[in-house]
Ligand binder design. Structure first.
Ligand SMILES: NC(=O)c1ccc[n+]([C@@H]2O[C@H](COP(=O)([O-])OP(=O)(O)OC[C@H]3O[C@@H](n4cnc5c(N)ncnc54)[C@H](O)[C@@H]3O)[C@@H](O)[C@H]2O)c1
Length: 276
């Protein structure tokens, strides 16, 4: 059911790679809620071609941009305001990648060039988006910027490797730039800390399936789906959340506040009994 929450709003949505991507779901919901927007992804991701189908479904144009390139981001904001006919009201940063994770490097054997590249893609890119937008004055007053994070920014999850550092930095940038942009233009900046979700980025992480099941059993509401994450992002883009800023918002079915669940206690008891 649509509520017209984004009627008349203009946006930029990054990170839609395939139909499992969180950004893909956000784009469909934003369209349903009345927004017009531009889609963007790394030029290399365009080769997969799926984003063209999404663009058709959403009547959206695609502007390729490598999230590490200031030049690309400047072009993205400039062209988006031209295409959409005015300043931007919302931006989704749904970008993450660790070369160390992808290439199976352990946390004690990191390749530091890859580490820096991963931080640039996954965290600094949010700063670059915001700095470029501010310099170009491309975001409307009371605009909203949302980036996607994960609880490994707060707690150690060994399999998450150097992405933990990237997410910690991403959340810090959301706070620091949220303060600055809030003062300047009432623009709000938040991160959503999302449940494990079966996407390309998610399933690239070692042991992801086991961890997905663990989080499912740990959360009183179960894991939050990508569709539900999209719903949450839409509320943050809407005018109903105008005073929410500089926050890391858990969207995880209660996972982050649970010590241990009954399901996990039962499982461990059953395992112990089986071993006796
Ligand atoms: N899947 C999960 O379990 C999960 C949980 C919490 C947070 N997140 C975060 O959600 C966000 C979206 O990931 P997803 O799970 O939808 O996976 P995804 O793989 O569908 O999306 C990641 C996107 O990042 C893009 N990207 C990578 N390098 C880029 C670059 N240099 N420039 C521009 N774009 C680039 C990819 O092309 C892709 O579209 C990421 O920040 C991810 O860390 C995911």
């Amino acid at each position: 059911m649509a509520y017209g929450l984004l009627k008349g709003k203009r946006g930029i949505i990054s990170g839609a790679l395939d139909e499992n991507s969180i950004a893909w779901k956000v784009a469909l919901k934003a369209k349903e809620e009345g927004a017009t927007f531009v889609l963007t992804n790394a030029p290399i991701a365009m080769r997969m071609g799926a984003i063209n189908d999404l663009a058709k479904q959403c009547d959206a144009e695609i502007i390729p941009a490598d999230a590490t390139s200031l030049e690309d981001i400047e072009n993205l904001f400039t062209k988006s305001t031209e295409i959409l006919g005015g300043k931007i009201d919302f931006v989704l940063h749904s970008i993450g990648m660790s070369l160390n994770v992808r290439k199976g490097k352990s946390y004690g054997d990191l390749n530091y060039d890859w580490f820096q590249k991963g931080v640039d893609i996954s965290a600094l890119s949010l700063h670059k988006f915001l700095q470029v937008a501010e310099k170009l004055d491309a975001i409307n007053d009371w605009g909203s910027v949302v980036a996607l994070s994960y609880i490994a920014a707060q707690r150690t999850y060994s399999f998450y490797n150097d992405m933990a550092e990237a997410k910690a930095m991403l959340e810090s940038i959301a706070r620091s730039y949220g303060y600055r942009y809030g003062k300047a233009k009432n623009v709000r900046v938040n991160t959503i800390s999302q449940s494990p979700t079966k996407t390309k980025a998610g399933s690239g992480i070692e042991g992801f399936d086991a961890f997905y099941d663990f989080a499912e059993k740990m959360s009183p509401l179960g894991n939050a789906s990508a569709d539900d994450c999209a719903n949450y992002a839409i509320t943050l883009f809407s005018d109903l959340t105008r005073f929410v800023t500089m926050q890391n918002l858990y969207h995880d079915g209660g996972y982050s506040s649970t010590g241990i669940s009954e399901e996990l206690v039962t499982m461990i008891q059953q395992q112990a009994q089986a071993q006796q």
